[in-house]
Design a binder for this molecule. Structure first.
Ligand code: ES4
Ligand code: ZN
Length: 326
């Protein structure tokens, strides 16, 4: 329809995308075969049927299992190239991609193998299609800060390829304060800092991300809305929130898409963006996320334009890079 065409035509940046969460069941099966890795599914339909989650942890259990088929550099290249093709088809012009090295090094896959495959696909997309990108290394917050420090050590030879660090995985019980020192070191190394906060965790975790991790963006941030003073602080700082509507529905962060707080965020003056999070698991890439939330909330063209513009202003592109895309 008309709205779909308008969304499709908007140039967009995606700022919240876990590359391992873009592993489609078809590629999961192909890689399981190629690498002789056993997976507990008989068919692609079987896999999709397992994607019924009642919270973040339900999803994470399946997500870490799924990434077990990724072994060789070529696997990480294939995964990333497939995502970039989907992004391009959605008129995404710039991507900031999370990766979870600890999900791989824990299985004996070298950090260098992971990042080399991802980076090769990113370079190719830039050279062939002008699609720009940044990489964000995420620490798994259910693991220790010492393990995060070791991961940052492994990243040191690749600092020229890494724009920032993030914090993901099981939120409740693993507050930002647990990672204050490793984020300080990352910042001293010149890296940007972001953190998942306020997805399932309380507004206090968003405050910790700001105060202790000194983040440049908040990933999700939904529960900030419970704290009016925090909302004021986020708007005053023009802090970008990377919101993920279909993820929020699938992980039961919102009751249903009609109850999504995106318009409330925009009306409050927050710099909200729309992103796909783990599109292979949550039922859609960027345009599907814009479409679902726009239909449910009857977002206007002006609101859709504001969301797309926020995706560039909230990006880690410099002003020249943003102007090139806008
Ligand atoms: C994630 Cl939606 C979400 N939240 C926290 N950690 C994650 N890792 C991948 N997707
Ligand atoms: Zn996420």
């Amino acid at each position: 329809d008309e709205r779909a065409a308008f969304i499709a035509g908007l140039p967009k940046a995606e700022l919240h995308l876990h590359i391992e969460g873009s592993l489609e069941p078809e590629l999961m099966f192909a890689l399981a075969q190629r690498n002789a890795v056993a997976i507990p599914f008989a068919s692609v339909e079987d896999v999709r049927a397992a994607y019924a989650f009642s919270n973040l942890q339900d999803f994470l259990d399946i997500y870490y299992q799924g990434m077990g088929v990724l072994i060789a550099e070529q696997d990480f290249y294939d995964l990333t190239a497939a995502y970039l093709a989907r992004a391009r088809a959605d008129n995404v012009r710039h991507v900031e991609i999370f990766f979870d090295p600890q999900g791989h090094t824990a299985r004996g896959v070298a950090f260098d193998t992971v990042i080399a495959g991802i980076a090769r696909a990113l370079d190719e997309a830039r050279d062939r299609h002008g699609l720009t990108s940044r990489l964000i290394l995420c620490f798994l917050r259910h693991l220790s800060e010492a393990e995060a420090e070791a991961t940052l050590d492994a990243a040191l030879p690749w600092l020229g390829r890494i724009a920032g660090v993030g914090l993901d995985s099981s939120e409740v019980g693993h507050p930002p304060s647990k990672f204050e020192r490793v984020f300080a070191r990352a910042r001293d190394l010149g890296l940007k800092c972001v953190a998942h906060a306020g997805e399932e965790g309380p507004p206090a975790y968003v405050r910790e991300a700001l105060d202790l991790l000194r983040v440049d963006r908040i990933d999700h941030g939904n529960r900030s809305l419970e704290d009016a003073a925090l909302v004021r602080r986020l708007t005053d700082a023009a802090m970008c929130l990377t919101v993920c509507p279909l993820s929020n529905v699938r992980l039961c962060v919102v009751d249903d898409i009609a109850a999504h707080p995106l318009r409330t965020m925009l009306d409050a003056g927050l710099c909200a963006t729309v992103n796909s999070d783990d599109p292979a698991y949550f039922g859609g890439y960027v345009n599907a996320n814009y479409q679902a939330v726009a239909d449910a909330l009857d977002l206007s063209r002006a609101e859709l334009v504001a969301l797309a513009r926020n995706s560039f202003t909230g990006s880690f592109l410099d002003a020249d890079g943003q102007a090139r895309h806008l």
